[in-house]
Design a binder for this molecule. Structure first.
Ligand SMILES: Cc1cc2nc3c(=O)[nH]c(=O)nc-3n(C[C@H](O)[C@H](O)[C@H](O)COP(=O)(O)OP(=O)(O)OC[C@H]3O[C@@H](n4cnc5c(N)ncnc54)[C@H](O)[C@@H]3O)c2cc1C
Length: 543
C-alpha cells in the first residue's frame, strides 16, 4: 500500500522494521522482507513525480574539488536515484575486499565469499539474467572479437544491464499488493531519536513539505537514504549527543569517496569494424552487456596503483540511433511515428545507416553505437580513503530546518597516478596489438602537469559511515549495524571502506539483502517476536 503522509489523517506510525528511503537499497530491502510475515514500513521523502521543492532539500555547500553529482545525481522521489541511473551491474572483485599494503585503510571486515550468496539474490532484484555468469566469455560468439592484450595488466570484461532500471517501475506492484508492506511517501525523516539508555533508536521524526509532523516507531530500522543523506541524518540527530548518531569514533562523515573519471585521450582504430566488434554493447536474450577494460588487481598492486577501469566513448553522430529508438518506441506504444522522425530516418543519405544499424542491432545483436566521429578513452579510478575528504553540516538549513550538507571532496595524487598509469598501459596495448593508435592528453604523459580541473566524479558517492572491525575505526560493524546502537543498520554505499572501480549499486543491494537476513535471524534467535514485540496487523495498525 502507498500512503501520502502529507494528506493522510494519521501522524504516527508503527512497524516491525522501518526502512528509510525508497531507492535502490530501500526497495531491495522491502522486496527481500516481503514474505517475512513482519510488518514493513518504507518511509520516503519524495513522491511519485519529480518535485523541485523536494529536490532542493539536497542543496549542499561545496569546498575542495568540485563535485557535480551531489546536485545532479541524487533524486528525492519514489525510486530514488534508480529513476536516473543506467542500470549497469557489476560485483566487486575479491581483491576489493582485501587489505592492500600500498592502500592505507584498505580491507573490508567482510570477504567476497561472504557476499557471494547475496550478489546472486541481488540479480533477482536487479532483473539481470542469472544464467549468464559475470566471467561469461562473450568473445566465443562469432561476431564478438576479443582484444588479445599481450600485457597481463589489462583484461576485458563485461557488465550486465537491468531491463527495467527504475526500481519504482520494477517493484512498486509488490509494495502495492504486499499485505505486510506500506510505503509512506512525502515523509522526510528529519531526526532519529534515541531510547532513554541511548542504546537503540526509539523513533523517527518525520516532516512533509506542507509542514505536517509525525513519528514512526519500529523494532528495527534500516537507514537507506543514499550515502550523503544518510550521513547527514546521522550528523543531524543530536539527541544522541552533540556529534550526532553513531559518531563516538568521530568518523561519521569521514572518508567520502566517488569514482574519479578523466577523458585521457582519443583512439584512432586501425579497423573501425574490428574496433566496434570488440567494444560495442551486445545483446543476449534481450539483455544488454557492455565490454570494458580493467587494470588487473595484480598489476595495480605491482604498480602501487588503485583499482581502475577504462571504457570507450563513441562520440560520433547518433541521430540514426535516436531516430530508430523513436520509431521503435512509437510502435511499442501502438502509435504512428511522427512524420518528422520518419522523414529524418528515411532520407536517402540516412537510410543506408538506418538499415546497417538495424541489421547489426537486431540480427547481429550488437550496438547500437554512434556513427563516424571521435572515439574517446575514459579512465575511472577508485579513490584511496582520506579522512579529510568529508561530509559535515552547515549552519544554514533547508526548508525542513535540517542543516545542509557541506562536502569537502579531495582527490589524491595516488588517484591521478592510477589514471595516468592505466591510460599509458591501454595506449601501449592498443598500439602493440594493432587495435589502434591512442593520442593521449598532454597531462597523461607529462607528470608535471596537474590535471585536477579535468577530473570529475561519476555519480557514485561512497563512504562517510565506514564499515570496520572495531568501533574505533568505523561507524558500522561487518553486518552494517551501527556500533553502540542495537537496532539500526545502514544499507548504503556510505559503509564502503574502499569503493573498487565497479559500479556500486549491485554491492549496495547485496549488503541490503544481507542486512535483512541478519535482522530476520536476530528476530528468530533472540526470540524477539515473543518477548514483548508486537506483531502489527497491516489493516489495523498502519493507516
Ligand atoms: C545518471 C546516473 C547513472 C548511474 N548509473 C549507475 C550504474 O549504471 N550502475 C550503478 O551501479 N550505479 C549507477 N549510478 C548510481 C546509483 O544510482 C546509486 O548507486 C544508487 O541509486 C544508490 O542507491 P541508494 O538506495 O543508496 O540511494 P538512492 O537511490 O539515492 O535512494 C535514496 C532514497 O532515500 C530517500 N531519502 C533520502 N533522505 C531521506 C530522508 N531523510 N527521509 C526520507 N527519505 C529520504 C531519497 O528520496 C531516495 O528515494 C548512477 C547514478 C546516476 C545519477
Amino acid at each position: 500500500m502507498f500512503i501520502d503522509f502529507s494528506t493522510v489523517d494519521k501522524a504516527s506510525f508503527e512497524a516491525d522494521i522501518c526502512i528509510i528511503g525508497a531507492g535502490a537499497a530501500g526497495f531491495s530491502s522491502a522486496v527481500t522482507l516481503m514474505n517475512s510475515g513482519l510488518k514493513i514500513l518504507v518511509v520516503e521523502g519524495g513522491g511519485h513525480g519529480v518535485n523541485a521543492r523536494a529536490q532542493a532539500l539536497h542543496t549542499a555547500i561545496l569546498s575542495g574539488h568540485p563535485h557535480s553529482g551531489i546536485h545532479e545525481a541524487r533524486a528525492r522521489i519514489i525510486g530514488g536515484t534508480t529513476t536516473k541511473w543506467g542500470g549497469q551491474a557489476l560485483p566487486f572483485m575479491k581483491e576489493d575486499f582485501e587489505g592492500r599494503p600500498h592502500v592505507e585503510l584498505s580491507g573490508w571486515p567482510v570477504t567476497l565469499d561472504d557476499l557471494k550468496p547475496y550478489y546472486k539474490e541481488a540479480e533477482t532484484i536487479l532483473g539481470t539474467d542469472h544464467s549468464v555468469p559475470f566471467n561469461y566469455n562473450p568473445w566465443k560468439r562469432s561476431n564478438i572479437t576479443n582484444a588479445a592484450f599481450l600485457n597481463q595488466g589489462l583484461k576485458l570484461f563485461v557488465t550486465k544491464w537491468c531491463k527495467v532500471p527504475n526500481f519504482a517501475d520494477q517493484h512498486s506492484d509488490k509494495i502495492e499488493s504486499g499485505s505486510n508492506i506500506s510505503l509512506l511517501y512525502n515523509a522526510n525523516v528529519v531526526e532519529v531519536l534515541p531510547t532513554d539508555d541511548f542504546g537503540s533508536v526509539k523513533s523517527l521524526r518525520i516532516r512533509a513539505l506542507n509542514k505536517k509532523e509525525g513519528t514512526i516507531k519500529a523494532r528495527f530500522f534500516i537507514a537507506a537514504g543514499g550515502a550523503l543523506e544518510t550521513v547527514r541524518l546521522f550528523l543531524a540527530s543530536k539527541k544522541f549527543g552533540a556529534a550526532g548518531l553513531g559518531n563516538s569514533s568521530g568518523l561519521a562523515g569521514c572518508y567520502f569517496q566517488d569514482h574519479v573519471a578523466a577523458t585521457v585521450g582519443e583512439v584512432l582504430p586501425t579497423s573501425a569494424k574490428k574496433f566496434h566488434d570488440i567494444f560495442d554493447p551486445f545483446y543476449k536474450d534481450g539483455f544488454k552487456y557492455l565490454p570494458r577494460i580493467k587494470l588487473t588487481p595484480l598489476y595495480a598492486a605491482k604498480q602501487q596503483a588503485l583499482h581502475a577501469s577504462a571504457q570507450i566513448l563513441f562520440a560520433g553522430d547518433n541521430t540514426v540511433i535516436t531516430d530508430i529508438k523513436n520509431i521503435l518506441s512509437a510502435v511499442k506504444n501502438k502509435k504512428a511515428p511522427a512524420l518528422r522522425i520518419l522523414w529524418s530516418a528515411l532520407a536517402p543519405l540516412k537510410l543506408a545507416g538506418v538499415i546497417k544499424t538495424l541489421w547489426r542491432w537486431k540480427i547481429n545483436k550488437r550496438g547500437p553505437s554512434a556513427g563516424k566521429g571521435p572515439i574517446w578513452l575514459e579512465v575511472h579510478s577508485e579513490q584511496n580513503p582520506l579522512r579529510e575528504s568529508r561530509v559535515s553540516l552547515s549552519e544554514t538549513v533547508d526548508e525542513l530546518d535540517v542543516p545542509k550538507i557541506c562536502l569537502h571532496w579531495i582527490i589524491s595524487d595516488m588517484t591521478i597516478e592510477t589514471i595516468r598509469k592505466t591510460a599509458l598501459l591501454v595506449k601501449s596495448e592498443f598500439e602493440s596489438t594493432n587495435i589502434g593508435k591512442v593520442i593521449l592528453e598532454p597531462w597523461v604523459e607529462d607528470g608535471a602537469v596537474n590535471p585536477s580541473c579535468l577530473l570529475t566524479d561519476v555519480y557514485h558517492q561512497c563512504g562517510g559511515l565506514k564499515m570496520a572491525a572495531s568501533d574505533k575505526d568505523g561507524v558500522v560493524d561487518s553486518s552494517c549495524k551501527v556500533y553502540g546502537i542495537n537496532n539500526l543498520y545502514v544499507a548504503s554505499s556510505a559503509v564502503f571502506p574502499t569503493s573498487s572501480f565497479s559500479n556500486p549499486t549491485m554491492t549496495i543491494i547485496a549488503l541490503s539483502i544481507r542486512i535483512c537476513r541478519t535482522i530476520e535471524e536476530r528476530i528468530k534467535k533472540e526470540n524477539l517476536l515473543f518477548s514483548g514485540m508486537k506483531i502489527f496487523k497491516h489493516e489495523k495498525d498502519v493507516a
